[in-house]
Design a protein around this ligand. Sequence first.
Ligand SMILES: *[C@@H]1O[C@H](CO)[C@@H](O)[C@H](O)[C@H]1NC(C)=O
Ligand SMILES: *[C@@H]1O[C@H](CO)[C@@H](O)[C@H](O)[C@H]1NC(C)=O
Ligand SMILES: *[C@@H]1O[C@H](CO)[C@@H](O)[C@H](O)[C@H]1NC(C)=O
Length: 385
Amino acid sequence: MLFFLLNLAARLVVATAEECQFPAIFNFGDSNSDTGGLSALFGQAPPPHGMSFFGGPAGRYCDGRLIVDFIAEGLGLPYVSGYLDSVGSDFTHGANFATAGSTVRPQNTTLRQSGFSPISLDVQWNEFYDFHQRSQVVRNHSGIYRKLLPKNGYLKKKLLPKAEHFSNGLYTFDIGQNDLTAGYFSNMTTDEVIANVPDIVTQLTKVVRWIYGLGGRNFWLHNTGPVGCLPYVLERIPVIASRVDEVGCATPFNDVAQVFNSQLKDAVVQLRKDLPLAAITYVDIYKLKYALFHEGKKHGFKQAIRNCCGHGGKYNFNLNMGCGGSKTIKGKKVVAKACDDPSTYVVWDGVHFTQAANKFIYDQIVGGAFSDPPVPLKMACHRKN
Ligand SMILES: *[C@@H]1O[C@H](CO)[C@@H](O)[C@H](O)[C@H]1NC(C)=O
Ligand SMILES: *[C@@H]1O[C@H](CO)[C@@H](O)[C@H](O)[C@H]1NC(C)=O
Ligand SMILES: *[C@@H]1O[C@H](CO)[C@@H](O)[C@H](O)[C@H]1NC(C)=O
């Protein structure tokens, strides 16, 4: 009875609070939320990326929309433009600093050497810092911009956020996965990767603190997914990937992901203590992605680990030929192409999730059932603990 009353009271608190009306989204992350950053720098993710929704490549490593796109839709905002994408971008309602292959910690390798993006989270922070400051100078058409911009600076002014959007906006994060795989790909043991987790988490939360320092208040942090269920990891490190669970996910990688998540969750508790005006929501993406691999059939998915877009091998995935790529093998051209119905697959290209999987995840998180505190997306500006 007491539990019932407490539960009811909690719901009333949420029910009586106003919805947040976030005017903007500022996103930091990797390919899980890249809406055009890496494509603008290193070439578009080729067709068939984008096939299920955009009708062609749209800067996303997916057949359609990402979780951050569904979040934008849910908040009644336009899709968030990639900050580095100078073609057709509109930053009135936010900016997306994520790029595919981004890590929290700067890597000491180039993209060509290791596949990891040079736009690590510290660089994303630099971009944001500059954007925060200079967007307002340009909007005001003041300072040097009085001379640099055409007399009628109105159009440019309209493409940038108002100053108050930075304090009322929602700051979303989905990053960390690549720091873990970067460790493994540079031949670290599981123990060595785990030894790096505290520093990775510290670097991540430092950026949250810095944004708070600039006036950001509303944070929505995704934890990292079960990377041990993804073909690119399973294929690349077969030795570690040989310890698998009942559906074929590699346990060591997933254990490391959970170590990261548990330390991130603890760090969020500390952040709440240190940042008294911040509303920080920690979202358990791991649990949902894991569920997709283990009980996807219950949710309408026919394939779990085996990916939709690719060619050959155990998982329809080839490390040397990404989705949309082609190769001549024994005089015959083979193409890594999409399956007939991506909506029945969890994994799109061996690395990323399909739009259908992203939609499933969004539908589960929007109400708050996988969040700590358990507040719905539209209530994520209200501090609860
Ligand atoms: C890169 O090198 C610096 C200097 O040696 C080191 O402190 C840092 O940990 C390295 N970063 C990674 C991700 O290995
Ligand atoms: C922009 O204009 C507003 C209102 O006049 C002012 O408060 C603000 O300081 C200006 N910001 C910059 C960066 O020029
Ligand atoms: C990791 O080990 C493999 C096999 O010994 C080797 O070919 C590769 O160069 C190593 N990678 C790094 C980054 O040290």
